[in-house]
Each structure stands twice: as structure tokens, then as C-alpha cells.
Write a protein that binds this ligand. Structure first.
Ligand code: CTP
Ligand code: MG
Length: 231
């Protein structure tokens, strides 16, 4: 049995700014998307057999050529994404083969530097029987719930809060069921599973799995890459 990876990479990166879509922005001379694919491929225990990448319409051929050298031994497909992240994931999910796949990962192109151990932890948990798995890290800020006018409603106990990352891993039929229903307002795939009442398991994430979101995150990414090259 093998794993399939869906990579939503069709966002424009409005918070990052710049000319190119975020996934095609470069760090250390290679796109965030190339770094993300290479990271997943390095997780050998995950047995990645298939990549489906959702990209901005019109960039499919270019991305296919860019990624081919990094996907040796795995099947690579590139599809046009949609206007919301869930639309992009759904478009990619339609291309994931049913036979021979026991785990589907959904991984943000923008979390390009997730360590191999996190990826393998997620896949192992799915293979051990968890229908939905998310990497999580403790939150460091105090989080407050606010109303529309910015007034604080309450302060959830920080010990009970975690920030979740990707790759999120799923038993394939569970992810298909999750995306077959109403997806409005969902900011990750685990949330769709929660709506179905499917239990979602957390595993230990990593600070290195941060999402490149704003310009300063590119500096952090450059630094992290340089550190890894040095060690
Ligand atoms: N994504 C996608 N399709 C969309 C929107 C987002 O595939 N319609 C992808 C992004 O490419 C990214 C991941 O989902 O890899 C997480 O989204 P986010 O970090 O919000 O990226 P963007 O939506 O591109 O950034 P912004 O919200 O700042 O515009
Ligand atoms: Mg976005």
C-alpha cells in the first residue's frame, strides 16, 4: 500500500505580495513548491506513490516540467485549483487513484520545510488506524475570542489549544466523504472530518513546518535552508 500527496498550491499569496503566486516564489534558488515536493519525497517510510498538485490555472504545464525531476518513481499530476483552498484540494482529490492507496496526505505548498519525521509520524498514525491525523504544536500567544467590534468575549485555556499544520493525513474514503459535503468556511481538511463526527488525532508537529505567509517568513525560510545545508 502507498501514500498519495495532494498539494494545494493554487493560492496567490496576497499577504506575501509580489508578482508570482506564492508556491512559485523562490527560496535558495528553488520554488517553495519544489522544496515541498522534495520534503515529501524524502519521507521514505511514507511510500509516496502519487502527487497531485493544484496550481493557478494557466501554470499547469510549467509546474509539471518544474516538478518532474523531483518526482522520480512517483506518479505526478498537476491540476488547476479553485478559488478557495478547499476547491483546490477537491479538484486534486478527484485525481487520486482509489486502488493501492491507504493514506492521503494534504500538504500546503507554503509549509515547504516540514521535517521528514513529522510526515512519517502522520502516515504512521493513519496506518495504525486513525482516520484523520494532524500535526500540532503548542500555541505561545494567549488567544482571545472577540466579537465583531473587537471586544473580548473570553479567553480559552491555552493548555487546551494547539496550532495545527500540514501534512494532514487521512484514510482515503474519509477524506472523500469529507469533501463530498458542505465545505464553506473550512480552513483545513481536518475541520471537514470533524463536521462528519470523525475523530481527528494530533501528532507532534514542528516549528519548521511554519507556513510562509508574510514577507518576513521568506527570511526565516532562507535562514532555515542555510542551517540545513550547513548541518
Ligand atoms: N491554496 C490553494 N488554492 C486556493 C487558496 C490557497 O491551493 N484557492 C493553497 C496555497 O497555495 C497554500 C495553501 O493553500 O499552499 C495555504 O494557503 P495560504 O497560506 O492562505 O496561501 P494563499 O491563499 O496563497 O495566501 P493568501 O491567503 O495570503 O492570499
Ligand atoms: Mg489564503
Amino acid at each position: 500500500m502507498s501514500t498519495a500527496a495532494i498539494i494545494p498550491a493554487a493560492g496567490f499569496g496576497l499577504r506575501l505580495g509580489g508578482e508570482a503566486p506564492k508556491a512559485l516564489r523562490e527560496v535558495g534558488g528553488e520554488s517553495l513548491l519544489v522544496h515541498a515536493v522534495r520534503g515529501l519525497k524524502a519521507a521514505t517510510a511514507a511510500d509516496l506513490a502519487c502527487f497531485v498538485i493544484a496550481v493557478p490555472a494557466g501554470t499547469e504545464d510549467m509546474v509539471l516540467k518544474q516538478l518532474e525531476p523531483y518526482c522520480e518513481g512517483a506518479h505526478l499530476q498537476v491540476v488547476a485549483g479553485g478559488s478557495e483552498r478547499t476547491d483546490s484540494v477537491r479538484a486534486a482529490l478527484e485525481l487520486v487513484p482509489v486502488d493501492g492507496i491507504d493514506c492521503v496526505l494534504v500538504h500546503d505548498a507554503a509549509r515547504s520545510f516540514v521535517p521528514v519525521e513529522v510526515i512519517e509520524r502522520v502516515v504512521a498514525a493513519v496506518r495504525a488506524g486513525a482516520p484523520a491525523v494532524v500535526p500540532a504544536v503548542p500555541v505561545t500567544d494567549t488567544i482571545k475570542r472577540v466579537d465583531r467590534d473587537g471586544r473580548v468575549v473570553d479567553t480559552p485555556d491555552r493548555a487546551a489549544l494547539v496550532a495545527v499544520q500540514t501534512p494532514q493525513g487521512f484514510e482515503p474514503s474519509v477524506l472523500r466523504r469529507a469533501h463530498a459535503g458542505e465545505v464553506a468556511g473550512a480552513t483545513d481538511d481536518a475541520m471537514l472530518c470533524e463536521r462528519l463526527g470523525v475523530p481527528v488525532q494530533t501528532v507532534e508537529g514542528s516549528e519548521d513546518a511554519f507556513k510562509v505567509t508574510r514577507p518576513r517568513d521568506l527570511l526565516l525560510a532562507e535562514w532555515l535552508l542555510a542551517e540545513r545545508t550547513r548541518s
